[in-house]
Design a binder for this molecule. Sequence first.
Ligand SMILES: [Zn+2]
Length: 279
Amino acid sequence: MPLVTSKEMLLKAQAGGYAVGAFNVENMEMAQAVLAAAQRMGAPVMVQTTTGTLKYAPPGLYAAMVGALAGQAALPVAMHLDHGSSLELAQRCLDAGYTSLMIDGSLLAFDANVALTRQAVTLARAVPVEGELGTLGGKEDALEGSTLYTQAAEAEAFVRLTGVSSLAVSIGSAHGLYKGEPRIDLDRLEEIRGRVSVPLVLHGGTGIPEETIKACIARGISKINFATDLRIAFTGAVKAAMRDKPDAFDPKAYLSAGRAAVEARVCQLIALCGCEGKA
Ligand SMILES: [Zn+2]
């Protein structure tokens, strides 16, 4: 079916007490793998690209590729801009056919973040917008920072003032790989959930223990982002394939190994999110 927005699938997840997996892709093989996994699991899915990925290849290319794959599947698939850095990029993604946007003003002061996010909501019209309040530790594209936890009262005001459809919160997760065990503040999450009506998003899903992921979902997380996890699966399998057959020169030979590894990993993550069979 054609690409759908992320609005309904996230509201259904919120009502159903599970999370939608949102998977970052860099190339055709990863997009094929995510769609194949979602189809195997009968799950709604969000495919997303960061600002950095959209410097590697333009939004039109990803939207066309994922749109074509979604067209062959009987699943709700949303194409999402992850960590949108500017209104200009948000507009380019809308023009290319993206059906979901994130605008990331989390490094700005509260008022400036509200102003930017509100502008994105106006620009996007019917396309849902994810905002972010608080900052995650770790690395996302070129941004690197320390954790600044989301405050529940601020989150409530932020959602009211901006009109966002979903909100990414900072509760102790980080982008990239964790040094040691992440400390996720579940009490804070519960407090935010009590004051905010829209679906909540957890970034930095890679490396959080499975029990903690499940606890986050039980306390109201409706979307979980996985990026590093898929990069590791893809690259690990490609390296292994090249080691096994150092004389191979056809890209299909080693890229298909990466694709299969990502598909297997996404199936596991969909099961972890509890969205198997929810398409
Ligand atoms: Zn993120």
